[in-house]
Design a protein around this ligand. Structure first.
Ligand SMILES: C[S@@+](CC[C@H](N)C(=O)[O-])C[C@H]1O[C@@H](n2cnc3c(N)ncnc32)[C@H](O)[C@@H]1O
Length: 259
């Protein structure tokens, strides 16, 4: 069993319990490039599931550490109950606004996520206010960049990895970089119990933080591991192009550095 009070930051996007269809093809995304196997939780089991992982994450978190939990609105209440039961303190309830929610006819389009920023001890919690902008940095209209960056509504676009192999959901690298900058320093230990494509671990590594994490789907785990071992944000990808059997050729889409 891992030692208590050893993790500086827990940053995680747990399964949603909404019968998430892992290989759904939408917009210009081809289902065949999405790695299958997403491990979903039954709705009725979600409160108990949330209780058990949040209890363990809280045990591992240092009193000076921070925890960020991403959640859709559907099962948010279960996560809030589990946070409360663990005696965690709420620091912020952040809204992450993204582009292109799924279009709707009879209700508004969902284009946000909840990001619950909680901690064990608010007095000991570390926060690096000038990590990204100094207080004198201004926009063209004179507004403060630091103030804008510190507001609790974050507009950060999703990333489209067009043509590449991917897992069905992933956090944008930018949102992870932002959280790392404000709440950790190089060398700190970051934990993501639900790694998916490995975004938290990959960005932590690129930003000089140590990382640990879990993923139950072997294909996802191997994908994350491959990315981590490459030391790059995205590894080279080979894709078939052309529509008929004769005209098919394999092209390489080069990998990417972050930023
Ligand atoms: C919403 S995704 C995480 C996406 C990730 N943040 C990213 O950016 O790629 C949740 C992940 O948790 C995994 N998962 C489900 N149950 C799990 C469990 N008990 N332990 C570890 N991982 C689990 C799912 O397979 C899925 O990959």
């Amino acid at each position: 069993m891992a030692e208590a009070n050893t993790v500086d930051l827990v940053l995680t996007d747990p399964p949603f319990a909404i019968d998430f269809e892992a290989q759904r093809s939408n917009y210009n995304r081809k289902g065949s490039r999405v790695l299958s196997g997403y491990a979903e939780i039954h709705r009725e089991a979600y409160l108990e599931f949330s209780r058990s992982w949040i209890r363990e994450a809280a045990r591992l978190l240092k009193p000076s550490g921070s925890m960020f939990i991403f959640s859709g609105y559907n099962n948010l209440k279960d996560i809030l109950i589990a946070i409360d039961e663990q005696g965690l303190e709420t620091v912020n309830h952040i809204i992450w606004r993204y582009q292109f929610g799924v279009a709707t006819r009879r209700k508004f389009v969902t284009s946000h996520y909840h990001v619950l920023y909680v901690c064990k001890d608010d007095k000991q919690r570390r926060f690096y206010r000038s990590a990204r902008f100094d207080k004198n940095e201004t926009k063209a209209n004179g507004g403060s960049l630091r103030y804008e960056d510190m507001e609790d509504v974050w507009s950060i676009p999703r990333e489209y990895w067009t043509g590449r192999i991917k897992t069905p959901t992933k956090l944008p690298g930018e949102i992870i970089r932002k959280i790392l900058a404000y709440t950790t320093q190089p060398g700190d230990l970051v934990l993501d119990p639900f790694l998916g494509s490995g975004q938290t671990a990959v960005v932590s590594k690129l930003e000089g933080r140590r990382f640990a994490g879990f993923e139950v789907v072997e294909k996802y785990f191997n994908f994350a591991k491959q990315r981590l071992e490459s030391g790059r944000y995205l590894i080279d990808a080979k894709v078939e192009v052309g529509s008929s059997r004769d005209s098919k050729e394999v092209r390489t889409i080069p990998g990417l550095e972050l930023g």
